[in-house]
Design a protein around this ligand. Sequence first.
Ligand code: SIN
Length: 333
Amino acid sequence: MAIQATQTANAQGAQRLVILGTGGTIAGRAAQAGDNVGYVAGQVSVGDLVAAVPMLKDLLLDVEQVAQLDSKDMDFAVWKALAERVAFHLERPDVKGVVITHGTDTMEETAFFLQSVLKPTKPVVLTCAMRPATALVPDGPQNLSDAVVVARHVGAQGVTVVCAGQVHGADDVTKVHTYRLDAFDSGDAGPLGCVEEGVVRLFRPWPTGSVEGLLDTTVRDRVQASLALPRVVLLTSHADTDGLVVQALLAQSSSGAAQPLRGIVVAGTGNGTLHKHLEAALLEAQAQGIRVVLTSRCVRGRVLAHPGLRLSEVSPLSPVKSRIALALDLLTS
Ligand code: SIN
């Protein structure tokens, strides 16, 4: 069966899709078919994942394995390789879009990284599974099929995440459940749309691409030229905490660490409040020239300006995405 052609095919434009594999549960294998949690992620090749989805067989596809890992171990080297491969394929005139198979655990971070670095005006769709490829009823094949539908949709652009029939934007998406198949949520913003029987239903606009063209070459070039992102750590304020971790980081940095501390993102309680001992240490870090960015550990809402705010920078993004945003800002400024 071919994927519904009415909305997705563009007779005049490029039709080829590229599917890049990076591992994850979608490529996971368990010893027993009924085991949905005791498996090893990143075992099945992306070629085999694609071959397992009959709806993809008549499409023009290029398939490439960029990495094969459990996404909890995602790092800058893989992000760099992925950004380079995505950029390469998007620049091909015959390519309509790119789909990436990925683990769920850090997928929102990879999506945000790619959106920030590439700002693509073609679709880049990350997808995943909550059950391994060997499950009795795996969710990966449907997710992969839906992701392809999104990548073929006329007008689709930017980096999105497709899981359990929902389409999420890279800036808003967060993994919110440890087990359920619909593990992702876009918070107050809500999903961008959904995929129903091979058709995209859009609720709001696609993530915005670069105004300069296909790629934001400054950020991309800086990323490709770097061995690591500037060191930014993520801390959480909580009851019964202190400033010892911050003080230790400052001491280590001033004693000539190979990769000096450049920034701290702190996930505050509620509307960005901080334990007084942690706040004192963070103000000291700020005074020493470390960029300190405040966000909230609440899964919904964002930090709103209020008289009690003493840190100079606030981010509306989730803590993990604020960390990437600060590291990229430090890299390019
Ligand atoms: C991973 O993130 O690679 C493992 C977990 C998952 O994909 O659900």
